[in-house]
Design a protein around this ligand. Structure first.
Ligand code: A5P
Length: 219
């Protein structure tokens, strides 16, 4: 069984949660690329918000209705991938550079469901931490961050921010998240707290496991 099959199994499980009439946030990445045609095949009357131009393009191609986040009051459900999922449900996201929009969509949604293959489950989060940084004063912002920063050459978010990776220990994610977010010029970092997460579907071989944080956030 390939990693791709695990991604597809997790995507299928998440697609089952979608019901007619819902507004649905769509994440970004290779796992979400599996979700989009599966969701489209269900032919439900839903409106979707995309977190990246890539997701928007694929979603439209498969026939999903995309709307602007500003045009709707609420999202019922958001579904997204992750780069790392820790046992305490802290996530690292942003490998694909879409984490700013992904975080806005996640916290806007009543429920935030993460879909991953089994390689994304980690015992402890490890660096780097993806960042989106304002282009203005970039060198100054980088000097204020708590570790070496690699700017991704020529890589910008759809909102114009520079994408970068911070080499910092993620043993205390809450502390790092607060420190990094407090630096002016940081648009967003890729740490998502457990309170954001409603559930994680993990593909294991041909089966899917649902991991739920104890708080069962109904955001
Ligand atoms: C995009 O910026 C990321 O946050 C993705 O959600 C994450 O990188 C997962 O991507 P894959 O599904 O491609 O692993």
């Amino acid at each position: 069984v390939t990693i791709d099959a695990e991604k597809r199994c997790a995507a299928e499980a998440a697609a089952e949660l979608v019901e007619t009439g819902m507004t649905v946030g769509l994440g970004t990445g290779t796992t979400i690329a599996h979700l989009l045609p599966i969701l489209a095949r269900r032919a439900l009357a839903i409106r979707c918000v995309a977190t990246s131009p890539m997701t928007e393009r694929i979603a439209r191609e498969v026939g999903l209705t995309i709307t602007a986040l500003d045009g709707i009051d609420r999202l019922d459900l958001a579904i997204d991938g992750a780069d790392q999922v820790a046992p305490d449900f802290w996530l690292v996201k942003g490998g694909g550079g879409a984490h700013t929009r992904e975080k806005i969509v996640a916290v806007t949604s009543e429920r935030f469901i993460v879909i991953v293959d089994s390689t994304k489950l980690v015992d402890a989060l490890s660096p780097p931490l993806p960042l989106e940084l304002a282009v203005f004063g970039l060198a100054s912002t980088i000097r204020r961050l708590a570790g070496p920063v690699q700017v991704r050459p020529g890589s910008f978010s759809p909102d114009g921010g520079a994408l970068a990776d911070l080499d910092v220990s993620l043993v205390e994610p809450a502390i790092v998240a607060a420190q990094v977010a407090a630096v002016p010029g940081v648009v967003a970092h890729g740490l998502f707290p457990p309170a954001t997460v409603s559930g994680v579907f993990v593909g294991h071989g041909r089966s899917v496991e649902l991991l739920e944080p104890r708080h069962r956030s109904q955001r």
